[in-house]
Design a protein around this ligand. Structure first.
Ligand SMILES: [Ca+2]
Length: 469
């Protein structure tokens, strides 16, 4: 038998309490001493305990919330990892053999992987390097990049199938990135001008290498830029390799066909004459062409005329653009033969060019798209050779210039509604060095760039009007 004295049960904090309890214990057969005691109620700090319990409850709630967040991230990332595994399998299948390839597809594939790498890199930064899954994604994309490089030395694969996988994976990465970094912009209704102008441009989205390949660095592409026009048809117009003549352009019935180079319709503008002679009268000049209401509009070869090629009837109409300079007098800074640049926006059909009277500075004319007659003209003070390209959005001309080999900037604007011009700075990335053409489509608020043979799109972000009525 032992008498145990329990002394001094101290609590932390300002009001420490102590108590003294006497208890009688007993020895069991193993010789272990056991004792029981009861704490008097009035000395236990019930209030403190309740506060502690409440704090503990709140803490568990926040922990639970954090766990949910992590779980949802993990779900998304698991999806990506699965995608990458599929992609890896495709690449492995490619290794075993398959459809013959072109060197061109590999270059595109590599470019897309590079783009994806940079997106995962950003994603990684937003997780502050704490996510194992993002790390895995990063490593796997690196591996795929390595495999593609190795595959290039073999003469077999199915590049297009892999390309589509990559496109879909990249889209998801982009979405993920958008959700991580910034809240989703409220969308502006397509085809309307209920906004305060361009404030930002998305990252470039590489759609395709033009069907003629790398050597065809000059040209243009897009969809029908008339508001409300059919948006399934895609046109691609690589110029001859000297960057001067459009002798043919191609139509694809859908976006998927464009991606897979399927079901093309070639529109040949050169006329074949007897004795191996050719007539280039109806051909185009430079990369300023645009499709509008099922017709292709362009600067007619070797003249200051505007041509309109009806894609349904193949009929060509033309009209002289009075005073316009042509044949490389005032083209753009990074591309030749684009003295006459056609554009379309929510307000109609435009031509951007230059005249001797305006000292080589940009002139904007609103055109009647049916008759090609000039309805109204505005003269600007921006030298045309000082810009890389220009577009019209809601009656405002936006001009770009080169910042360096990977970046461009919208730096100048001219508002035809008010007749005022201004400077601004909206930088954006490009995939290749030279902007060979740039146009806007009011139906999807996208920019279409022909970037040294690659077909690129960008999403425009508009500012919101302060008092939207
Ligand atoms: Ca343009």
């Amino acid at each position: 038998m032992m008498l145990l004295m329990l002394l001094a049960l101290a609590f932390s904090g300002g009001d420490s309490a102590s108590l003294e309890v006497t208890s009688v214990g007993s020895l069991d057969e193993a010789g272990v001493c056991k004792c029981a005691f009861v704490l008097p109620d009035n000395t236990f700090p019930v209030g403190r305990m309740e506060i502690l319990e409440a704090a503990n409850y709140n803490l568990s709630l926040s922990v639970q919330q954090e766990i949910y967040k992590i779980q949802s991230y993990e779900l998304t990332l698991n999806g990506y990892v699965q995608k990458l595994r599929n992609l890896t399998r495709r690449v492995e299948v490619m290794e075993m053999g398959g459809i013959s390839y072109t060197e061109l597809d590999f270059e595109l594939l590599k470019m897309e992987i590079r783009e994806m790498e940079s997106l995962v890199f950003q994603l990684r930064a937003s997780f502050n390097g704490t996510s194992t899954l993002v790390e895995m994604l990063f490593v796997e994309i690196k591996n795929i990049s390595l495999m593609v490089n190795q595959l290039e030395s073999y003469d077999k694969n199915n590049v297009l199938a892999v390309k589509r996988e990559i496109a879909s994976l990249r889209k998801r990465l982009e979405d993920c990135e958008k959700n991580q970094v910034s809240p989703i912009e409220p969308s502006t209704t397509y085809g309307t001008c209920k906004h305060g102008g361009i404030v930002n441009i998305s990252k470039p989205f590489v759609v395709q290498l033009n069907y003629q390949g790398f050597n065809y660095k000059f040209g243009g592409w897009g969809k029908d830029s008339m508001s409300g026009a059919d948006q399934d048809i895609h046109w691609v117009a690589p110029l001859t390799t000297d960057g001067r003549m459009m002798n043919v352009f191609r139509l694809y019935p859908s976006y998927d066909d464009l991606l897979l180079y399927k079901k093309p319709t070639d529109k040949v503008l050169t006329k074949t004459l007897p004795y191996n002679n050719f007539d280039y009268t109806n051909c185009g000049q430079g990369g300023g062409m645009i499709m509008f209401n099922n017709s292709m509009y362009y600067n007619c070869y070797n003249t200051r005329d505007l041509c309109k090629f009806n894609t349904e009837t193949n009929a060509v109409e033309r009209r002289t653009l009075t005073d316009a300079t042509f044949n490389n007098r005032f083209s753009y800074a990074s591309t030749q033969w684009q003295d006459i640049d056609l554009a379309a926006d929510e307000n109609g059909f435009w031509v951007i060019y230059s005249t001797e009277q305006n000292s080589g500075n940009i002139v904007i004319s609103k055109l009647n798209s049916v008759s090609l007659i000039v309805e109204k003209t505005w003269t600007t003070s921006q030298y045309k050779l000082g810009v890389t390209n220009a577009i019209m959005v809601c009656g405002v001309l936006y001009a770009t210039r080169t910042l360096n080999t990977r970046r461009e900037e919208i730096f100048y604007m001219y508002d035809t509604k008010t007749g005022t011009e201004g400077r601004l700075s909206i930088p954006f990335d490009k995939m290749m060095e030279n902007v060979q053409s740039l146009s806007y489509n009011p139906n999807d608020h996208k920019l279409y760039m022909y970037n040294d043979g690659y077909m690129i799109t960008y999403n425009l972000v508009y500012s919101h009007l302060p008092n939207t009525s």
